[in-house]
Design a protein around this ligand. Structure first.
Ligand code: ATP
Length: 357
């Protein structure tokens, strides 16, 4: 029997609640299907680790993850530690260390979810946003000088490389090609940013020639926000730079009904390193430790993890069960207007997996 080695990094806040819930659900799936099992290893990295050790994760921590088949991540964020430390010290260290250059965010309105767009039918909103995850506006290039003086200066320089843009465009076109509509929207801002974004557009055109069966169009990022709200059905697969996709995917999650549901995968498409799957929500300190967190974002992330491991039947079964869970209002957590608790949603998900035909 195949054994998948999974590293679990709950991180901070409700990550500590939703990741164990995800492990429980993955274990229930393995038990149901009987063709593979999981070996979980948990790492206590995050805000509490930082208070004890002065770092979010050990300097050689990536070595503990390197031989895993996949990583399941909760969230990093702590009200008492600056955000740039929690982000760069843990999540980005893993994403960049393992060159997980494609961040993939599927968005759908799941059954039973009351999404805010009045005229949008669930079938109108079925998107995957591909975020360039290794450079762009978050390349980490920049600095500060004259700190504390009136002439203080600070820069964050956005870096786009030809190799970086080619590989994310190729990934996005390939993903678009694998979906029924074979349609990609390339988000840009080449009207105002006349160097890197112009190269981005040129490379999109170049790579499109490798995928003659994929239709594609271009949209300025500002116009894209309006299109997502006004014409959701005109969108299928989307590719955008690190910052642009960061913003657009939060809008996408809100339009689909809740931050608590949306999943994401940080993928190394070449499989040189393990890829990392996580709910898109943050640490949500307002509800942490109360058992109120919606674990569905983590469960959907587990679907992505299973697809990545090459277990499509298990992924499809879990997605079917998730849809039956969201369709049941008695299993809605507070973010969806209900009063269900994390453990109830988890137990119901496991029971439905066990009972599935
Ligand atoms: P961070 O600073 O780590 O990004 P945050 O607390 O500022 O986190 P989020 O956690 O992304 O931001 O979400 C904002 C709010 O949405 C939370 O404070 C919480 O009330 C709600 N929320 C987010 N995720 C969930 C969830 N899984 N279940 C229930 N409510 C959630």
């Amino acid at each position: 029997m195949k054994t998948y080695k999974i590293a679990c990094i709950p991180g901070d806040g409700i990550g500590k609640e939703v990741i164990p819930a995800g492990q429980t659900v993955l274990a229930a799936l393995a038990q149901k299907l009987g063709s593979f099992k999981f070996e979980f290893t948990s790492f206590d990295w995050g805000g509490d680790y930082y208070r004890q050790h002065g770092v979010m994760m050990p300097a050689d921590g990536l070595n503990d993850l390197r031989n895993k088949d996949a990583l399941l991540f909760g969230s990093a964020g702590d009200p008492h530690i600056p955000d740039h430390i929690t982000l760069w010290g843990l999540r980005l260290k893993i994403c960049q260390g393992f060159d997980q250059y494609a961040n993939v965010r599927p968005t759908r309105i799941l059954p039973g979810i009351d999404a805010p767009l009045k005229r949008c039918r669930p079938e109108d909103l079925n998107w995957v946003i591909v975020r360039e995850n290794s450079e762009g506006e978050y390349a980490g290039v920049g600095g500060r000088a004259h700190q504390g003086h009136p002439i203080e200066v600070a820069t964050d320089v956005s870096i786009l490389t030809r190799a970086g843009v080619e590989r994310i465009m190729r990934f996005a076109f390939k993903l678009a090609q694998s979906r029924p509509r074979k349609f990609l929207t390339v988000v840009t801002k080449s009207n105002a940013q006349r160097h890197a974004m112009v190269m981005w557009d040129e490379i999109a055109l170049q790579i499109s020639k490798e995928f003659p069966d994929v239709k594609w169009d271009k949209e300025l990022v500002d116009a894209m926000t309006a299109r997502m709200v006004n014409k959701p059905a005109s969108i299928d697969t989307v590719v955008a730079t690190n910052l642009h996709a960061d913003v657009l995917s939060d809008l996408a999650a809100a339009l689909a009904g809740s931050l608590g549901i949306a999943p994401t995968g940080n993928i190394d498409p070449e499989r040189r390193y393990p890829s990392m799957f996580e709910p898109i929500h943050g640490s949500a300190f307002d509800i942490m430790g109360k058992g109120l967190a919606n674990p569905v974002g983590t469960f959907w992330s587990c679907v992505m993890l299973l697809e990545h491991l090459g277990e499509p039947a298990a992924a499809a079964l879990l997605m079917r069960v998730i849809e039956s869970v969201t369709a049941d209002p008695s299993l809605h957590t507070g973010d969806l207007g209900g009063s269900a608790r994390t453990e109830q949603v988890t137990a119901a998900t496991c029971a439905r997996i066990a009972a599935a035909a």
